[in-house]
Design a protein around this ligand. Structure first.
Ligand code: SAM
Length: 228
């Protein structure tokens, strides 16, 4: 239950690859793959053992805003493949707890309790709350992003819906003074969302870590000092 709130036929290298029986990708995919493999954060993540370049966004945010401390309880929404969870588990240490969730599968990580499912489903919310028990949460973070169609009239409402649900969970679980970090796309609904955050938290700042691509409309909203 959902919750309220190319093939190519010409000649050229591709045809010759096909004749040799090699699998090919479309030009768009090929240029995306090239950009991905050339990206310095992708290359850095291979060296550092992180599962995604997204780790460097959280590391940069943490360096600036000191978000993660030993012993904290953290919820990581949209966690797969696990880059943020790796950083969080490392920083909260053995006395902390990280509960991660994603619609996709995620390989196990030491110190991370993973719940797979669609966060818009009531059952997933219930599963997260059940693992949490009555522990107050220090930080709720959401890096969730829907599959983008490229049509903002479709993508933006879907993205806003996910961050609204993430904020609902934060309001339900955060300890007084707790923090909320969410990836939000600039566009319809952004300003109203910022206003909502300001009503529940003492301080809200916008961050654009270096690893966040300049052309992307994503920014991170960090809300500190939860007061209900
Ligand atoms: C940018 S990726 C997250 C990267 C992750 N933070 C990391 O560090 O590796 C966005 C994630 O949001 C997840 N997502 C999108 N819609 C979702 C939904 N309805 N429920 C749960 N997860 C969702 C996607 O499956 C994807 O893994």
């Amino acid at each position: 239950m959902a919750r309220s709130s190319s093939s190519s036929r010409g000649g050229g290298p591709e045809a010759s690859r096909q004749q040799r029986g090699k699998r090919t990708v479309s030009k768009t995919s090929a240029s995306w793959l090239k950009e991905h493999f050339d990206d310095r954060f992708v290359q850095q993540s291979w060296q550092d053992g992180y599962r995604s370049r997204a780790s460097y966004k959280l590391l940069a945010l943490d360096e600036k805003d000191r978000l993660l401390k030993p012993g904290m309880t953290v919820i990581d929404l949209g966690a797969a493949p696990g880059g943020w969870s790796q950083v969080a588990a490392d920083k909260v240490g053995d006395h902390g707890m990280v509960i991660a969730s994603d619609i996709l599968e995620m390989d196990a990580l030491a110190g991370v309790e993973f719940i797979q499912g669609d966060f818009t489903e009531e059952a997933v919310l219930e599963a997260i709350l059940a693992v949490l028990g009555d522990r107050p949460v220090d930080l709720v973070m959401s890096d969730m992003a829907p599959n983008m169609s490229g049509m903002s009239a479709i993508d933006q409402p879907q993205a806003m819906y996910l961050v609204e649900l993430a904020l609902d969970l934060a309001r339900q679980t955060l300890a007084p003074g707790g923090c909320f970090l969410a990836k939000v796309f600039q566009g319809e609904g952004f300003d109203a969302y910022l206003k909502e955050l300001r009503a529940s938290f003492d301080r809200v700042v916008t961050r654009k870590p270096e690893a966040s691509r300049t052309r992307s409309r994503e920014v991170y909203l960090l809300a500190e000092g939860f007061h209900g």
